[in-house]
Design a binder for this molecule. Structure first.
Ligand code: SF4
Length: 387
């Protein structure tokens, strides 16, 4: 039990609590946020998150080199001058030692390391790199490491971080220069953030034979009037030009003691619809223009974007499942990549003429897609009794 192995560093770590609550790192970001009652004391488990990582499901230690920061992002719990934030700082040796202790005790198998900025981004990134270097090269750890990239670091620091990590985060926070200025006045959109993502892709291209980290980013959603169209247009560019592995969307929540403390929280459903749309761009290769935006540039929150599109485009032109190309099959709500593959191989073996045949090949809710498809030239009857 790691609690018994508590050293001064582990105590410090546990006193920090879940400092990376607002920084998703795995493939199920909406389940990553832990709920903790106000009365409950912090403990070491607060800095351990169970994530789905590119190396599979893992218990990951999520922490920060320091919770002090000289910048003043308006939404952030760690912003300079916020009196309520407890400031805790680790030296690289300390942080690496804490990780080693937990890893050796079998409590974690993975590290997500972020930081506030003190003495500039370059100095801060050096501390992150030093920590990862100790873990990789002195402690010999070969497992999962995800490192945060500070805004505006040097090219060589980015390259070194990518050699040490499996994944790096460069959080854009906002989709445009103007939105970022309203959110985080001391961050510079193009030179400090976008350039990091462009460099990362350049580094991967220039060093094809090396194992280098993939890149992700995060947006804070809904604090400064950003629209879904802005967020998804930038996401689309990042997927195609910077080859991002994924984009995180974090619904804004007001933090007491910050300039945004009185702004309303963004609804969780908006964040969910952004994720659904983002996957349509990344995995289904939709164009941004095909997403069903309303006039104000936002998506409807009451309906899945794929269904909203199908209600306009497929109701009068249903997709014939026996003949459709894979791309057309993927347009049907309820048919994902696995479902499309299953339909293509099933129709080589024989006819799909009833909804029950779709159920048999693994389509989970065939009755929901009945109005968008034809089976052998006929609109299928919605035979709910079969299920
Ligand atoms: S730089 Fe990072 S830690 Fe510092 S205030 Fe901004 S978001 Fe918070």
């Amino acid at each position: 039990m790691a609690g018994r192995l508590v050293s001064e560093t582990l105590t410090k770590l546990s006193q920090m609590g879940d400092v990376t609550l607002h920084e998703p790192a795995g493939d199920s970001p909406q389940t990553e946020r832990k709920r903790r009652s106000r009365k409950q004391e912090f403990n070491l488990n607060d800095c351990i998150s169970h994530l789905s990582t590119p190396r599979g499901p893992k218990a990951v230690m999520k922490s920060m080199m320091t919770t002090a920061c000289e910048r003043n992002c308006h939404y952030c719990v760690f912003r300079a001058g916020r009196a309520k934030t407890k400031r805790v700082t680790f030296a690289p040796d300390e942080m690496a030692g804490a990780f080693n202790t937990l890893e050796q005790a079998g409590k974690v198998d993975g590290l997500f390391l972020s930081s506030g900025i003190i003495k500039g981004s370059v100095t801060t990134q050096d501390k992150i790199i030093d920590t990862a270097d100790i873990i990789r090269n002195r402690q010999g750890y070969r497992g999962y490491i995800h490192l945060k990239i500070m805004p505006g670091i040097e090219y060589d620091q980015l390259y070194r971080s990518m050699q040490l990590a499996d994944r790096i985060s460069v959080n854009l926070e906002a989709p445009t220069t103007a939105r970022l200025a309203a959110l985080a006045p001391k961050k510079i959109f193009i030179e400090e953030l976008l350039r990091m993502l462009q460099w990362a892709e350049q580094i991967r291209r220039d060093h094809r034979n090396e194992k280098l980290a993939s890149s992700v980013t995060q947006f804070v959603v809904g604090a400064v009037g950003d629209t879904d169209l802005e967020l998804l247009s930038m996401s689309d560019k990042l997927y195609s030009l910077a080859k991002l592995a994924r984009v995180y969307y974090s619904a804004f929540g007001p933090v007491p003691g910050t300039p945004f403390e009185n702004l309303p929280a963004t609804e969780a459903i908006r964040e969910f619809r952004l994720y659904q749309s983002s996957f349509l761009l990344r995995d289904y290769k939709w164009d941004v223009e095909e997403l069903p935006f309303l006039r104000d540039g936002n998506l409807r929150t009451d309906v899945d974007p794929k269904q909203a599109w199908a209600d306009v485009h497929l109701i009068h032109q249903p997709v014939e499942l026996m003949r459709a190309e894979r791309e057309q099959l993927l347009r049907v709500p309820g048919i994902g990549p696995l479902g499309a593959n299953a339909i293509i191989s099933a129709r080589c073996r024989g006819s799909l003429s009833e909804l029950v045949h779709l159920k048999q090949i693994g389509i989970r809710s065939p009755h929901k897609l009945a109005k968008y498809v034809l089976l052998n030239g006929r609109q299928p009857a919605r035979q709910l009794s079969l299920f």
